[in-house]
Design a protein around this ligand. Structure first.
Ligand SMILES: Nc1ncnc2c1ncn2[C@@H]1O[C@H](COP(=O)(O)OP(=O)(O)OP(=O)(O)O)[C@@H](O)[C@H]1O
Ligand SMILES: [Mg+2]
Length: 355
């Protein structure tokens, strides 16, 4: 974290409160939301609720229906069925009001290439009716937040893809919204930049109470930043909850252990240890991790993990091995996701993700 400033509390007052009616306390809510393109169902009776002050990750492969859902939430495409409420408003009927209140990063950002980053933001500020006296300060602040202050005054047609994506996030933050919807916010951003952007999102929620919905197919990032995750496949929400809740729900998912035994580092990938670990009932895979000089043991089903650990400890005692580390690794969203999607295919709901 070097060049990203913390979020600051909103200084502007709004004439309308965040929730327009008591029935809509969740800033984003859908009921049986559906989008059909001809016979093809892109979003299939989606019930979704994003709560105030959380980062919600919409996770799914290419073609799962993430962008289509987001477009309906912003009133940019009309639902074929069902309803949506965003900041208490129906985006299909009041798209302009929703857009005024919700920061949005589209999956492909578009800026005027001959204008600088700062000039593009001035244009957005004008469109959003930002008060002229606070525009310049606000623009400077969001440019710093996304780490673009140093390039703010060069034309955007000289920007890299990652820089354009950062400018897109600055653009979404400009109106200091209560709700932020980000369609694949980090796909073009380098690894260090990703950490900065994810830190920025967390600080917006922590310091500013913002509600964030983001879509992504990058499981590690979703796991690291999102409070809750919706797993989306072929237009359907097939899993919903925190990562531990999802791990419990998709109980078939593997558990993972990290095992280190003194002496193994000298004989990397020692076949004897590999055979020993693989012999325990429940072990699905054994991999030598050279970087950490340890074994990665996948256990399936996940609840066999305790049994495997006991068997390992017995073997260690019997053989006089020196166990230097035995760690249960956190459930990975990657496994959960695979199990969820595989379960969906088995259930016969669909086998195709992405058209
Ligand atoms: N205008 C359209 N006409 C017909 N089909 C469409 C249209 N827009 C989207 N689709 C289809 O709807 C499905 C969902 O697309 P969507 O863009 O929502 O997926 P996504 O989850 O955002 O994928 P990605 O990760 O690639 O961005 C896809 O099969 C896509 O081909
Ligand atoms: Mg998309």
């Amino acid at each position: 974290m070097t060049d990203i400033a913390p979020a600051r509390p909103s200084r502007r007052r709004r004439s309308t409160p965040a929730a327009a009616s008591p029935a809509s306390t969740s800033p984003i809510r859908t009921r049986a939301l559906t989008k059909r393109y001809g016979d093809f169902v892109a979003v299939d009776v989606l019930d979704l609720e994003v709560r105030t002050g959380e980062i919600f990750g919409l996770l799914g492969q290419n073609g799962a229906g993430k962008t289509t859902t987001i477009l309906m939430l912003l009133g940019l495409t009309e639902p074929s069925g069902g309803t949506a409420r965003v900041v208490g408003l129906d985006p299909a009927r009041r798209p302009l009001e929703v857009k005024r209140r919700v920061g949005y990063l589209p999956d492909a950002v578009g800026f005027y290439g001959n204008l600088t980053g700062r000039e593009n933001l001035r244009y957005t500020a004008e469109l959003n009716g930002l008060a002229a006296d606070e525009t310049e300060e606000r623009i400077g602040h969001v440019l710093e937040q996304v780490g673009l202050a140093g390039r703010a005054d060069t034309a955007t047609d000289t920007y890299s893809r990652g820089m354009l994506q950062r400018l897109g996030i600055a653009d979404a933050l400009l109106k200091d919204p209560d709700v932020l919807i980000l369609d694949e916010p980090t796909t073009s951003i380098d690894p260090i930049g990703v950490v900065e952007i994810l830190d920025l999102l967390r600080s917006l929620v922590r310091d500013r109470g913002m509600t964030i919905l983001l879509s992504s197919h990058l499981l590690g990032q979703v796991q690291s930043v999102c409070d809750r995750v919706g797993i989306f496949a072929a237009g359907r929400l097939i899993g919903l909850g925190t990562v531990p809740e999802l791990a419990a729900q998709f109980g078939g998912a593997a558990a993972h252990l990290e095992v280190a035994i003194a002496g193994d580092a000298e004989v990397a990938d020692d076949p004897a240890t590999r055979a020993l670990l693989a012999s325990f009932d429940g072990v699905a895979a054994v991999d030598w991790n050279a970087a950490s000089s340890s074994w990665h043991v996948a256990v399936s089903p996940a609840d066999a993990s305790g049994r495997v650990r006991e068997a390992l400890l017995r073997a260690v005692l019997e053989r006089g091995l020196r166990l230097t580390s035995l760690r249960v690794l956190e459930a990975s969203l990657d496994d959960i996701y695979r199990t969820a999607v595989a379960g969906m295919a088995v259930a016969g709901t669909t086998t195709e993700v992405g058209q």
